[in-house]
Ligand binder design. Structure first.
Ligand SMILES: Nc1ncnc2c1ncn2[C@@H]1O[C@H](COP(=O)(O)OP(=O)(O)OP(=O)(O)O)[C@@H](O)[C@H]1O
Length: 357
């Protein structure tokens, strides 16, 4: 088995008696990008600061390549951890040129340092800015300099805290993709903190979803998105629709047909959760609606409440005939039915999640 490049075990950190990081364990494999994803204040940055060595855990251990680098007694100092850091306010040194910034953390013979700086500037297309000063560069260019400055000493691990949040939207996706390509070229293990699910989905090999100081779910983006652990985990990634039902014999009846609720006791209230893109819309057919199908179950009648064009897709809001529940459906491209139009909805049953209420 490959040894993780970075492993933290049972890290805890309290501030004013409150567990801000509450027993967090995590592994990052060589060449892998793991995103620590969660809402503001859930303890992501504190976890990162502890790994970087700028904050200290109350208990727990940190290992690099299987070797202990920090517990509560033994502590390798931050500068000896072979960890690169990149934070939102990545402050380049204003009085140094771009190449001097990149060369800053390098040691060894001058020729080798020079070659490394040139190689990295070429890699991110900034060779022509080598002798410029940071203020002469755009935000995106400065961000790329910060990236290669952090990577110059070939850290085996990179810790990144919301590194793209200072960039404007149009730039961000390109910079993310380029950053990812450079990190993969270098084979660095990356732990990236973000509160944006889209960023995590785009960058991560593995997502660790964090809430209230704990990792609640961890896995490949596809799995975390398509098999959320609970309602909150589902709702962190997109809008969700919720209908409720009562369990009887491990099944719950809904206007969309029956759903399995394995292991849930009788008379328990459950939520059936599904994303707006997993609703299918069909015509009224004189009030009959479509026939049931094995994959989509039964159709339920609804009336259009509102329809908006969002660019890539249209968002249609429905009021369900059965109990007035409001559901949201997204449809690729343009679909703008009149308010009040009766339509029939089915849901992708394999994309529905049943959780206890
Ligand atoms: N030095 C400190 N002293 C007291 N409380 C702190 C300290 N550092 C962090 N906290 C608190 O710990 C909690 C978690 O902070 P942290 O910065 O780790 O969260 P986060 O998930 O990274 O959120 P954000 O994305 O907003 O930075 C917050 O409530 C914060 O106020």
């Amino acid at each position: 088995m490959t040894i993780p490049r970075l492993e933290i075990r049972n890290i805890k950190r309290h501030f004013d008696g409150r567990a801000v990081v509450d027993d967090v364990s995590l592994k990052v494999m060589p060449g892998q990008v793991t995103c620590l994803l969660g809402p503001s204040g859930c303890g992501k940055s504190t976890t990162l600061r502890i790994i970087a060595g700028v904050d200290m855990q109350d208990s727990g251990e940190i290992y690099v390549d299987g070797k202990l680098i920090c517990d509560t007694i033994f502590r390798v100092p931050p500068e000896a951890r072979s960890i690169g850091l990149m934070f939102q306010d990545f402050a380049l040194f204003p009085h140094l040129t771009v190449s001097e910034n990149v060369a800053f953390g390098l040691t060894g013979p001058k020729k080798a340092r020079h070659a490394r700086v040139n190689e990295l500037l070429e890699r991110v297309g900034l060779t022509h800015f080598a002798d410029s000063h940071p203020h002469q560069l755009s935000g995106g260019e400065q961000q790329r300099v910060a990236l290669v400055r952090a990577l110059a000493p070939r850290p085996s691990i990179m810790l990144m805290d919301e590194p793209f949040s200072g960039l404007d939207d149009r730039l961000r996706d390109d910079i993310r993709d380029e950053t990812l390509a450079v990190l993969k070229d270098e084979g660095t293990a990356v732990l990236l903190v973000t509160h944006e699910p889209g960023e995590a989905m785009r960058m991560a090999d593995e997502i660790a979803l964090m809430r209230d100081g704990q990792i609640v779910q961890q896995g490949a983006p596809y799995n975390v998105y398509n098999a959320p652990k609970d309602r909150e985990a589902a709702a962190f990634f997109s809008d969700v629709n919720v209908i409720t039902g009562i369990v009887e014999g491990a099944l719950t009846d809904t206007p969309f047909g029956q759903f399995l609720a394995p292991g849930v006791p009788d008379n328990t209230k459950v939520d059936i959760i599904f994303r707006p893109q997993h609703i299918k819309i069909d015509f009224d057919r004189g009030g009959r609606g479509p026939e049931p199908t094995p994959s989509d179950g039964v159709a339920a009648k609804a009336t259009v409440e509102r329809a908006r064009f969002m660019g890539r897709e249209s968002l249609v809001e429905f009021k369900m005939d059965f109990d007035g529940t409001l559901l949201k459906a997204t449809v690729p491209s343009v679909f703008l039915p009149q308010v009040g139009t009766p339509l029939w909805l089915t849901v992708r049953r394999d994309r529905c999640f049943v959780f206890k209420h």
